[in-house]
Design a protein around this ligand. Structure first.
Ligand code: SF4
Length: 256
């Protein structure tokens, strides 16, 4: 359990950050977050281009925010290659959380190695074991969680805030590049030699697990390549659910 910040304090800090963030640069948001919130801060990266921008800012400026990735075991080879290249470029470790071995064995026994294609329930089970449970361990005891979410990634994200209080996990959730466009992010990464996934050049805009991600067709929205066989509009894996940004609204289900 975290012992250096009470949840009611964190709720107030989240409100302060949300008010302060719009006038600040992404780097200033990260440093302000670090100066404002006591205790462990964790940035979870999927190694997508947005997350690489934040990793660059944290590593280059030695900001005391842990950089953690969830290795589901089903990532693209190109993503593992980027992970290695990033550690080499910055001389820093990206910490990893893995699925619980016994739970993973039970999952595969129950629904098969690629069961997620056959029923949404199976897909959520897989995301639960490979992502949600490890995320819980990554955030255990943390006061704050940093994400690379952007508002214009999907309609579901339009009404999110820069920062809020995640009432379920009891921490501040901060989205420091929430107002950047994809073009802004790409331009920053190009100008600053930030390593990015080579799959982005092959029309993979949002990159997750290999069996659940495909390249976009011309004109498709940014996240259309994720869980494309599910035809509903809310394709969530649960990493960002529920998003209780003001402590009262806990029903927003968002995808990663
Ligand atoms: Fe499993 Fe696909 Fe979810 Fe990855 S994205 S955890 S492979 S269902």
């Amino acid at each position: 359990m975290r012992d250096d910040a009470h949840p009611s304090d964190l709720k107030g800090l989240a409100r302060d950050l949300n008010a302060a963030f719009p006038g600040l640069s992404p780097l200033e948001r990260l440093t302000t977050l670090r100066e404002t919130v006591p205790g462990r801060l964790v940035f979870t990266t999927s190694l997508g281009i947005e997350d690489q921008l934040i990793t660059h800012l944290i590593f280059r400026n030695a900001i005391k925010i842990e950089v953690v990735t969830l290795d589901t075991g089903r990532l693209f080879p190109e993503t593992y290659d980027l992970w290695r290249r990033t550690e080499e470029q910055y001389g820093k470790r990206i910490h990893a959380k893995y699925p619980n071995g016994e739970k993973l064995e039970e999952l595969i026994e129950d629904q098969g190695i690629d069961g997620f294609y056959y029923a949404k329930e199976f897909r959520l089970n897989c995301c639960g074991v490979r992502k949600i449970e490890p995320l819980g361990r990554a955030l255990d005891g943390a006061s704050g969680w940093v994400t690379g979410l952007r508002a214009d990634q999907s309609a579901n994200r339009q009404d999110m805030d820069f920062a809020g209080f995640d009432a379920v996990r009891g921490l501040v959730k901060a989205n420091p590049i929430f107002d950047m466009s994809r073009a802004d992010v790409a331009a920053f990464c190009a100008e600053n030699a930030v390593p990015v996934n080579v799959l982005h050049d092959r029309n993979f805009l949002s990159i997750g697990c290999a069996p659940c991600t495909r390249a976009l067709q011309p004109g498709e929205p940014e996240r259309a390549g994720r869980w494309w066989w599910e035809d509903d509009t809310k394709r969530e894996c649960g990493l960002h659910v529920p998003d209780a940004t003001d402590g009262t609204d806990g029903a927003r289900e968002l995808a990663r």
